[in-house]
Design a binder for this molecule. Structure first.
Ligand code: FAD
Length: 433
């Protein structure tokens, strides 16, 4: 008899809540990973940074597990099919995993759990990727927070040192199932080609956390952690990071809390996963959706240097600084009046750290349609933003070397004109009864 540990967004064999409980409560724990075609089909093929990251990490996990005479069983299948197949091959006592708060993931887990129940197999899911989830942080009336500041206050009041206690899996590796897996699909089988990627380091310095509040807004500096992808896939422990942030840097801690805030919004307001605005009134906006302008924005050829620099950084590296994420998003939505969902989808395909909750949250914040969003009449001025955050044009020149030559395009639209147009369109949409 075996038990299963199902890896999803938690690619670590240490400090992993679900794996810890599996190893503690059962023996012969077989680690598995399922490449789900429903998820893979959301990405553009054949090159995708996140898929490559996942693939590389599954190989790494397999190597690590082999050191303990175990392995990871990998398949490319619908999860439900896979479990049906597995249940016909093994006698399974229980399936362990970690919680995922996205709508599609919740539905998938319910389906799997129901099927397992029919086979008398237990299904356990644990909180792992955040400190607080679901109903841990609620308002005094029992409803979820929709404004960040009171949410973060409550988060900090609620936090106790046990909440960041690590799960020591190492002492339990004896309970891994000893087997050798030889069922790994190739990237090609999954419809993707190999890309060479450099992954951000997991070890960040104390100084970075300490000085984060001072320098984090300047895109020319290397002053943010680049940990997004590691937090997305559990290759860096949120518990360890929160401990460090608590002792070294409040501003950094606040950003980690923003991440949990958006996870909580995703969980409590699943309509945002159906393409709807958080604040439904904003679905009355009549977008211009000009495809040529969208293509210029994607390519970093809007004629606004700070916008173009951001987009080119994204296209070239899979990363974009938070300041320029806000500027480029605001430009698309307000200056060009292109539906924020187009931008959301573009970022989803390009960002190595793409995460539905934070991406949707960031886009809806910029579009004004989100919870606690930027007000609709606030239209970022790209020139003023450059003066404030890239005064010496270091970042801009790095990504837009042809600036000042006639190779550089003219602005797609005049700022003052675009600003007035955006406010007008938004006002009309929001006053519709
Ligand atoms: P740091 O500045 O070092 O922050 C540390 C960690 O805190 C980040 O890795 C991230 O996990 C979290 N964090 C920081 N800022 C935010 C924030 N505003 N919201 C939520 N979490 C935050 N973040 C993603 O992780 N994935 C996305 O797909 C994503 N899309 C975005 C889209 C838009 C339009 C905007 C405005 C923001 C988006 N963000 C997203 C939030 C933020 O820009 C990135 O988390 C951050 O820039 C990543 O860089 P870093 O890892 O160096 O973060």
């Amino acid at each position: 008899e075996i038990s299963i540990f199902w890896f999803r967004r938690d690619f670590s064999i240490d400090d992993n809540a679900g794996l810890f409980h599996a190893l503690k409560q059962t023996q012969n724990v077989m680690p598995i990973f399922i490449f789900d075609p429903n998820i893979l089909n959301m990405f553009e093929k054949p090159l995708n940074r996140q898929v490559q990251f996942i693939y590389d990490n599954i190989l790494r996990l397999n190597d690590e597990l082999q050191c303990h005479k175990s392995s990871i069983l990998v398949s490319y299948d619908q999860p439900l099919n896979f479990f049906q197949n597995l249940a016909s091959r093994y006698r399974i006592k229980a399936v362990y995993t970690n919680e995922d708060y996205e709508l599609a993931a919740i539905k998938r887990d319910q389906e799997v759990e129901e099927y397992l129940k029919t086979k008398s197999i237990l299904f356990y899911s644990f909180k792992n990727q955040v400190i607080f989830s679901k109903d841990d942080i609620l308002k005094s009336d029992g409803r979820p927070y929709t404004i960040f500041t009171p949410y973060s206050r409550k988060w900090k009041e609620t936090f106790k040192s046990e909440d960041s206690k690590m799960y020591d899996c190492k002492v339990l590796y004896n309970n891994l199932y000893r087997f050798e897996s030889n069922e790994m699909p190739t990237l090609d089988d999954l419809g993707f080609s190999c890309t060479k990627l450099e992954y951000p380091q997991i070890d960040i310095s104390d100084d970075l956390i300490r000085d984060y509040g001072k320098y984090r807004d300047f895109p020319a500096l290397e002053a943010t952690s680049h940990l997004g992808v590691h937090l997305r896939f559990g290759t860096c422990s949120i518990r360890k990071l929160v401990e460090r942030a608590k002792s070294l840097g409040e501003v950094f801690l606040n950003e980690l809390i923003w991440r949990e805030f958006y996870q909580s919004i995703t969980y409590h307001f699943p309509h945002i996963a159906k393409g709807l605005s958080f604040n439904k009134k904003y679905d009355n906006i009549i977008w211009r959706d000009n495809e040529d302008e969208f293509a210029a924005w994607c390519a970093g050829k809007t004629g606004y240097p700070i916008v173009d620099a951001g987009m080119r950084q994204l296209n070239a590296t899979g990363f974009m600084h938070n300041r320029t994420r806000m500027i480029t998003a605001s430009f698309l939505v307000k200056h060009l009046l292109i539906d924020w969902r187009w931008g959301e989808a573009y970022f989803a395909n390009k960002l190595l750290d793409f995460d539905f909750a934070s991406n949707n949250g960031g886009w809806q914040w910029c579009a004004g349609s989100g919870c606690d969003a930027s007000p609709y009449f606030r239209v970022f001025n790209p020139e003023l933003q450059t003066k404030k955050f890239d005064r010496n044009m270091e970042y801009v020149k790095r990504w837009v070397p042809e600036l000042g030559t006639n190779l550089y395009p003219k602005p797609l639209v005049d700022h003052d004109y675009a600003r007035k147009r955006a406010i007008e369109i938004y006002k009309n949409a929001l006053t519709v009864e």
